[in-house]
Design a protein around this ligand. Structure first.
Ligand SMILES: NC(=O)c1ccc[n+]([C@@H]2O[C@H](COP(=O)([O-])OP(=O)(O)OC[C@H]3O[C@@H](n4cnc5c(N)ncnc54)[C@H](OP(=O)(O)O)[C@@H]3O)[C@@H](O)[C@H]2O)c1
Length: 371
């Protein structure tokens, strides 16, 4: 007897073999459609493959029937070879971090989710089997139930960006009510950070611009609750922004924004950049040499800024955080956290979608619909 109904272009075994004694559930879906990166390159290397193997679930894992997966900058960077020191030996990869869909099967120790529930969540940055697929596998703590008030498309735009902002502001800087937060850059992470900070009772200033044609980031950051928004394409940020801040989240992370961000901090404040150099240094020198070099570089900067400015300097990376994801879910449910989706493509048009992001034809979030 099949335990659940299949949809999409997946092949299955009809009688799922339960290997509970071995600690895992043999997955009902044996293979499915997925977008593969067989080698690094431009959008043209993406392959929609009809029969990619779906591995058996480990005890803590959940099989999700994808309905929508959003495109993050990490996806286009990974496709182009960013992180090759980690990913090259593991090719072909499946891209994608964010997902919204339905639970199709659960591992033997999963307690918080059940088959049929609508869920959303995100994989960690180094996952090799991503979410651009009919069926994706995430661990239980990378998922939570999707609020009924948002569609799969809307939900899929949120978790990776919001968890990155959560990691910076809540886990690292531990922002508290009444504090001042400066967010540099008005993309998905910037918008998430503004909304998380506002929900925590902070006062938020932000810089954003019309980096891409058609960008509405100024209107969007103000709608997200920023008290001050400076367009860096027409104003001098250093003159326009007033006062000092407890935390700066720099989503752009170029030398200029780093300098400005650090100079705006109070003593004891936290500067967090999303452009940590661990992966790029490892790509340049190999994992064995690159990772210790990157650690040494970070420690040097941390000591330098502690001595020169009395501030804490961090490279922020997205991490799975079950507690953070539940708080994000509550904010989404309350209508206090949203990321506008500018365009959707069917997953079969993934090359066109990546090309549009590469050429900056669409400034905001792009989501792939999976049906
Ligand atoms: N370390 C991590 O774990 C992690 C996690 C997520 C994202 N990231 C990185 O953080 C950055 C922001 O991510 P996101 O998801 O918010 O991206 P996004 O939604 O594509 O937004 C990026 C925004 O940055 C601004 N920008 C300004 N100068 C830019 C430049 N030279 N190049 C690109 N963008 C520029 C643009 O907004 P304005 O026009 O309003 O300035 C743009 O909309 C990306 O570089 C991404 O790779 C890192």
């Amino acid at each position: 007897m099949p335990l659940w109904r299949l949809s999409g272009s997946a092949r299955s075994v009809l009688d799922p073999e339960l290997h509970r004694s071995l600690g895992y559930v043999r997955c009902i879906v044996t293979d499915c459609r997925a977008v593969l990166v067989p080698r690094f390159g431009g959008p043209e290397i993406l392959e929609v493959s009809p029969n990619v193997k779906v591995p058996d679930l480990k005890p803590h894992e959940v099989l999700v029937r994808a309905r929508a997966v959003s495109i993050n900058p990490l996806d286009t960077h990974m496709r182009s070879g960013y992180g090759r020191s980690i990913f090259e030996p593991l090719l072909p990869l499946i891209l994608g971090r964010d997902i919204s869909g339905e639970v199709a099967a659960v591992g033997s120790s999963v307690r918080s989710l059940r088959v049929g529930q609508e869920v959303f969540g995100a994989l960690h940055p180094t996952a090799v089997r991503g979410t651009y697929a009919d069926y994706a596998i995430l661990s239980e703590d990378e998922l939570t139930t999707k609020p009924a008030s948002v569609t799969h498309v809307e939900a899929s735009a949120i978790p990776f960006a919001a968890l990155t902002a959560w990691r910076a502001l809540k886990s690292t800087a531990r922002i508290a009510s009444g504090q001042r937060v400066l967010v540099l850059g008005g993309g998905a992470v910037g918008l998430s950070a503004i909304q998380l900070a506002v929900a925590s009772g902070c006062h938020v200033s932000t810089s954003c611009g019309s980096y891409s044609p058609g960008s509405q980031s100024l209107e969007r950051v103000l709608a997200a609750g920023a008290e001050q928004a400076v367009d860096y394409t027409s104003e001098n940020l250093e003159l326009a922004i007033k006062g000092q801040f407890d935390a700066v989240l720099d989503t752009i992370g170029i030398p200029d924004t780093e300098r400005i961000g650090i100079n705006f901090l109070k003593r004891g404040g936290h500067y967090m950049t999303l452009q940590g150099e661990a992966a790029s240094v490892a790509d340049r020198y190999g994992l064995a040499l690159g990772l210790p070099m990157a650690t040494a570089l970070l420690l040097k900067k941390q000591m330098q800024y502690r001595y020169s400015h009395g501030i804490e300097y961090w490279w922020t990376y997205m991490r799975a955080d079950s507690e953070g994801l539940h708080e994000i879910q509550k904010l989404v449910e309350a209508g206090k956290l949203k990321i506008p989706v500018d365009k959707t493509f069917p997953i079969t048009q993934v090359r066109q979608a990546h090309e549009a992001k590469d050429k900056k034809l669409i400034p905001g979030k792009v989501v792939l619909e999976v049906d």
